[in-house]
Design a protein. Structure first.
Length: 243
């Protein structure tokens, strides 16, 4: 499951890559600050591209919350949902079956731009964090859905069965986030899609050969250490794990 992401690119690069504009320029300094490790369980804000405003980047809280909740109920909701992943991920196979996802499937899809993300790999009964990014350092658009809770937006990352590469990386759960190919990003946000169209989009494969994956410091999993530093995305050469 995808519970850890990395956001290190300047907003201008995100805008140019996805042909969008930051919704408010006074937010630029905040999101220009690199966030090397975004721990989903801290429920921080990230920038997303929402279906309802496809030309803009907007702040959204990671962890989807029912739109019937009040803002002052969100923290308690996350606590209650902790054993279920606190709304950080949603299985794409349940997009049209689970009540919370159904409400967003047709009108509130989104793209989450990331510079990379992390998945756990188990080797000799030990767990190692693996950093995944594009070989060319371009941004990756993850598929997601969102809700509007009063004056805030909350989102979740869709997941799917692991590709051959991700089955080697996430070798226990055999899952991965839905990575959108660049040529399908506009389609994902289209208002004209039916269920069959969306199901087909969710089966499209990202090219594994464009992906680089390597082990990083186990500090990523240590809650007592501030792992939001540039070092956390650097390959740990002491860990001999290759994919």
């Amino acid at each position: 499951m995808c519970f850890h992401t990395s956001h290190t690119q300047k907003v201008k690069k995100v805008e140019n890559r996805f042909k969008v504009q930051l919704i408010a320029d006074d937010l630029r300094a905040t999101y220009d600050t690199p966030h090397y490790h975004n721990n989903g369980f801290e429920h921080l804000n990230s920038l997303i591209i929402p279906q309802q405003k496809t030309t803009h980047l907007i702040p959204a809280t990671w962890g989807i919350v029912p739109s019937t909740k009040k803002v002052d109920e969100v923290k308690e909701y996350y606590k209650q949902q902790l054993k279920y992943g606190s709304g950080l991920n949603a299985r794409s196979e349940k997009l049209f079956d689970y009540w919370l996802y159904q409400k967003s499937a047709f009108t509130k899809r989104c793209i989450i731009p990331v510079s990379g993300f992390f998945e756990p790999h188990e080797y000799e009964q030990k767990k190692y964090p693996i950093h995944i990014k594009r070989k060319d350092d371009d941004l990756i658009g993850l598929a997601g859905i969102y809700t509007v809770v009063e004056n805030i937006v909350t989102y979740t990352i869709l997941t799917q069965t692991a590709s051959p590469l991700f089955a080697k990386i996430h070798n226990k759960k055999l899952r991965q986030p839905v990575l959108l190919r660049k040529d399908l990003e506009t389609d994902w946000l289209s208002n004209d899609l039916k269920q069959k169209d969306l199901e087909l989009l969710l089966t499209e494969n990202y090219n594994d050969t464009e992906i680089e994956a390597y082990a990083v410091s186990k500090d990523l999993f240590n809650s007592k250490i501030d792992s939001n530093s540039e070092n956390i995305v650097i390959k740990d050469t002491a860990i001999q794990i290759t994919f």
